[in-house]
Design a protein around this ligand. Sequence first.
Ligand code: FAD
Ligand code: MG
Length: 303
Amino acid sequence: MFDVIVIGGSYAGLSAAIQVARARRRVLVVDAGRRRNRFAHTSHGFLGRDGHAPGAIAAEARGQLLAYPTVSFIAGEAVSATGGIDAFSVTLADGQHVDGRRIVLATGVEDVLPDVPGLEAQWGVGAMTCPYCHGYELNRGRIGVLATGPMSLHQAAMLPEWGQTTLFANGFFEPGDPQVADLVQRGVSIEMVPVTRIDGEPGAPVAVLSDGRRLAVDGLFVATRTRIVTPLPATLGCRMEEGPQGSFVATDPMKATSVPGIFACGDVASPMASVAIAVGHGAMAGAAVHRSLIFPPQMSQAA
Ligand code: FAD
Ligand code: MG
């Protein structure tokens, strides 16, 4: 019987687990190994690791965690979980069952890209979602925003901070929209002709328009939808909330979900995504799940 089973062993999950390990409690981390940022060569904005490879950051963290004697790690996928506080049972894809008193969900999310041919090949190198992560490296160059919905207006309004910005309206906005007029005030160029595909070498995207024009940009920003990759939060009965990009697991400030004994951290439980936020929320979840083993559990404010 583990004290804590952490499902998802990337930044959030590892950060939660190390708090539990440092309290000398038995913690199991189960990780399927598909980090959200695995498409990017470098990670930015995380103190102490700015510009390092995302996989190297995770691997170093995992190595440090595994040095603690009460930690177990399984490379695999949790497919279902049953039970309740003090007696959860988690089933892995290989049929193995593991038991734990608490669960931390740190499974992240995945990005659902708009259906534009050629976009996927640019994802993480020439096309991205977060200007704080990859805007600086564009050196105030040419920036495209490929519209996907209302969030793209917000993105297009911010991006002139990082370079000369063009919004590819792609049928989502009309020239007369008042918000489009605001963007023009901010110096954003608006391209109403639809984008039919994205060409170009990885890292050098070219938007091909339906009238045949080819507009090269240094970086293309896309407000994706996010999708939770696992049915676990739903089948365990965790209350969900709706964010601007997709749903996430509701938690209280200590990262307790609505279900007693289950905590959640990182992108699966936040409308804001970054390595630093995932690590911070993971540290909070780790301390809180440990305390819940000592003190009588309280009703979560997320319930
Ligand atoms: P993730 O890192 O996504 O990890 C979740 C883990 O849980 C994965 O290993 C997954 O396989 C595992 N998992 C899921 N379900 C299960 C299951 N059922 N059983 C077992 N394991 C499971 N942020 C920055 O701060 N700086 C950047 O430069 C940056 N660049 C980015 C570039 C791109 C292209 C993208 C898409 C995102 C970027 N981000 C960046 C955001 C960053 O990737 C996320 O905020 C961060 O990865 C969230 O960490 P997490 O631990 O919550 O989830
Ligand atoms: Mg997470």
